[in-house]
Write a new protein. Structure first.
Length: 185
């Protein structure tokens, strides 16, 4: 019962944050709300026992993306110039149809943690029985993340590393630019 309450609360936070993002005109506030949205998403991933995805969402979505958007905001104005002249009925219709199709597509998915799900019947037993002999690692979780899912994990680490390098280049370039301007004065 507590899990359902936490899930509904996090989903309500996500929905409230999304509505607030749509309503705001101050771009700094929108960036901060996007960061909060990413943190709420990371919280949902933790509740679903996907700690690696939650870490990536928190690092890339809430961390590095926020820094990059704030850096971009330095180059622009902080307010949206004008309100759109038209109503967004067609985009709303497209989003509603796409959302309905996605919800319809979830009806065949097994319940979360279902012991009769295909992944529990075929993949999980193989990993438990063969992970030590296949990888030489005694811990099954480490064997799965480091060996069986090695390319996926490498991809996540590469994304975080690349984003970090990008932020360092942006911040470093900005500081160098300021130092040059001070010297020229």
């Amino acid at each position: 019962m507590t899990d359902i309450f936490i899930d509904i609360t996090l989903l309500a936070f996500l929905a409230t944050t999304a509505v607030a993002i749509i309503k705001m005109r101050n771009l700094f506030v929108v960036i901060m709300l996007f960061s909060i949205f990413s943190l709420h998403s990371a919280g949902l991933f933790v509740v679903m026992d996907a700690a690696d995805v939650a870490f990536t969402e928190a690092a890339v979505g809430a961390g590095i993306s926020t820094v990059l958007m704030l850096a971009a905001l330095l180059l622009t104005k902080d307010q949206e110039e004008k309100r759109p002249a038209h109503k967004a009925r067609l985009p709303l219709l497209v989003v509603a149809i796409t959302g309905a199709a996605l919800v319809y597509g979830t009806y065949d998915i097994p319940s979360f943690g279902d012991a009769d799900a295909p992944a529990q019947q075929h993949v999980k037993p193989y990993y438990i029985e063969h992970s030590v002999e296949d990888t030489g690692v005694r811990n099954s979780v480490t064997a799965i993340l480091a060996s069986y899912r090695g390319y996926d994990t490498l991809g996540e680490v590469t994304v975080i590393f690349t984003a970090g390098i990008g932020v360092m280049l942006l911040i470093g370039g900005r500081l160098t630019h300021r130092r040059r301007r001070k010297k020229d004065r």
